[in-house]
Write a protein that binds this ligand. Sequence first.
Ligand code: FAD
Length: 305
Amino acid sequence: MSVEAAARRLRDSLSGTVRSNEPMARHTTYRIGGPAELFCTLDSVHDVATTLRILGEEGVPWSIVGKGSNLLVADGGYAGAVLVLGREFKRHAIEGDLLRAGAASVAAVLVQEAFGRGMAGLAWAVGIPGTLGGALAMNAGTRDGSVGATVDTVTLFSPEEGLLLVHGSDIEWGYRRSGLAGRGIILEAALRVSSGDPIQVRSAMERLLKERKGSQPLGMPSAGSVFMNPEGASAGRLIEAAGLKGLRRGGAMVSPQHANFIVNDGGATAADVAGLMRTIQTTVKARTGVELRPEIRLLGSFEES
Ligand code: FAD
């Protein structure tokens, strides 16, 4: 693998930027994460195709990232190229009942845009950070809805097959997972956002935001819920019942407000967060027999520490 050769070739070929040793703490809502060997902003489909070809030829692994709001990056960083989508993938337009948007569009902007045009279909998503691409990869959702249910089509770039248009009904949508993961880079999607009564939509959005503000530690860096809810149970309640609220490791803490959030209380490392995650998993398993599975995605190498 030759990262240097890949960097040289990418700098000569892309309209987007290519940085070396970019601290990932700048690109995650945790504000945690060591350097990515390469950090490339891909501004066009041409950039995407060229980058995947060059990285493939040079044997450099890659990972696509949105706003890093569901991501814990190792303190040692990522040995490969982190890719983010830029300019061409930030556009959106409403056509009839469809909201067509690039995968780098900020989810909150789309929610507001849909609401501003009297569309009801995304009200449930108010307050979810990140990009449309991240939301689709994760099938982001709440108890009131999930993005997969709104998808008409998704456009992907697959390293093997190039550009693909996939219908929402042909994609497997699960709890915090989608059949899109691992198939390539999501470039854009068309979402069905039916019209609704603006007063009702506004009051639903206000209620949901109020609930979030009341129950989540939004003033502190985090990646949202760390663990998925096990079948028929709440991860937060299991963690709270195990007496783990407020537990600290280094700069990381199990939020006293919401037990399924681990917050960065200042200077937390990825090892601090990962260590707390292991303590939570072993304690809850010993008490209840339930194995908590992470919702957040890990990037880089996490040796036991
Ligand atoms: P990232 O964190 O950057 O990436 C997440 C995953 O998506 C990674 O595996 C990445 O490889 C993949 N990915 C990103 N972009 C693409 C792309 N273009 N193509 C292919 N794969 C891609 N989530 C919920 O579901 N519901 C909630 O209510 C919720 N509340 C949250 C509250 C807070 C305060 C925070 C910090 C997070 C919350 N989250 C919630 C988690 C997170 O916001 C969502 O999962 C979000 O959709 C992730 O988007 P992102 O752009 O930040 O993705």
